[in-house]
Design a protein around this ligand. Structure first.
Ligand code: F0G
Length: 355
């Protein structure tokens, strides 16, 4: 029977040679592109969500980590390092383990979701909580990799971008052409850079007839690309994108401008409302940051900026189980308590309103 072989083997001829000589894979990619009628209805567009939480460690980072770790392994690297808001560290730890390497991760103290922390530790990473934010962690990781024998596997590593661009290939392969608009959350801006590269390459190769507009969305309290200057103390409940100084700043602006797209901010309330719609109306459970693309599309639809019938794809970047607490709170902040019942059929039937 056929099994998906991971993005390097599936898309090898579209990736640089040096990524293919020593493949380290956990079977990443091949994620579902799910039609979202609830979002189509609300926007008048034809909306699909690319469910990246279905990757082996539960986020899109695995696409870039198979390539970054494979390249590092081919060079004989023994150790890797990354800064992370959580998902990169979970992914780096898993792929480093698969490659027999050691992995060090720097995370902002107290600001990463429990599921992600738990993954990095489970996979045996040396996890250090830095008394600072993600941007501080990345500064340190970059300097460490310059001076010591450890390879940096953040998205400033071009091998990461090569892997992550395959998500665009998959979207075009499934739809038969590029969408009109592609929406996604933006934090450190590696992913918008990668998607734009993928869409452009498929258009240049003639696989797609065009490229989509790239619509990127940042959390309002962490929206340097929207403001036009770095944010010293980024704040948002969407901890994955709590970033004030995106490393791929110029590439994100380039993707926005050459695609005719936008980068805008959504509030934490809009993110949580979109999170709720995804889980309760579409059937896809994501972590808060992952709902930013949906929040942005809904915001622009309300302003009349989504063309009727447009084909829209949205990357939902990470799994809801990474950071599950948000489902257990109402939008106005009250705790959701599961109802308790007696051990008998009548009380259950009664509680369910069946009698
Ligand atoms: N969504 C999720 C769930 C993420 O974890 C990230 C980034 C993004 C969106 C934004 O992607 O940085 O390429 O613009 N997480 C990084 C990390 C920073 O360390 O896991 P980006």
């Amino acid at each position: 029977a056929h099994q998906w072989q991971g993005i390097i083997r599936e898309y090898g001829d579209l990736l640089p040679e040096h990524l293919r000589t020593h493949v380290v894979t956990l079977g990443e990619g091949g994620t579902p592109l799910v039609p979202a009628p609830a979002l189509s209805r609300r926007t008048g567009a034809q909306v699909f969500v690319k469910v990246e939480g279905m990757n082996p460690t539960g986020s899109f980072k695995d696409r870039g980590m198979t390539t970054a770790i494979s390249a590092a392994a081919a060079r004989g690297a023994k150790a890797v390092v990354c800064a992370s808001t959580g998902n990169t560290s979970a992914s780096a730890a898993a792929y480093a383990t698969a490659a027999g390497m050691t992995c060090a991760v720097l995370v902002p103290d107290g600001k990463i979701a429990m599921g992600k922390l738990s993954q990095a530790i489970a996979h045996g990473a040396r996890l250090l909580q830095v008394d600072g934010n993600f941007d501080d962690c990345l500064d340190i990781a970059r300097k460490l990799a310059e001076v010591y024998p450890v390879e940096l596997v953040n998205s400033v590593n071009p091998d990461r971008i090569e892997g992550q661009k395959t998500a665009s290939f998959e979207i075009v392969d499934v739809l038969g052409d590029a969408p009109d608009i592609h929406c996604l959350p933006v934090g450190n801006a590696g992913n918008i850079t990668a998607y734009w590269k993928g869409f452009r390459e498929y258009a240049e190769a003639g696989v797609a007839s065009r490229t989509p507009q790239m619509w990127g969305f940042q959390a309002e309290g962490a929206s340097p690309l929207v403001k036009g200057y770095p944010v010293d103390e980024p704040e948002t409940i969407a901890t994955a994108i709590r970033i004030g100084k995106p490393a791929s700043w110029d590439q994100a602006i380039e993707a926005r401008d050459t695609s005719g797209g936008v980068i805008e901010a959504v509030t934490d309330e809009q993110i949580l409302a979109a999170h709720r719609i995804l889980s309760a109306e579409v059937g896809v459970f994501v972590e808060p940051a992952s709902a930013a693309g949906v929040a942005g599309l809904l915001m622009r639809a309300e302003r009349g900026l989504v063309p009727a019938g447009a084909r829209v794809t949205i990357t939902v970047t990470g799994h809801g189980l990474k950071d599950p607490q948000w489902a257990l709170r109402t939008l106005d902040g009250a705790d959701v308590e599961p109802q308790k019942v007696q051990v008998d059929v009548m009380s259950v039937a009664d509680a369910l309103g069946l009698v």
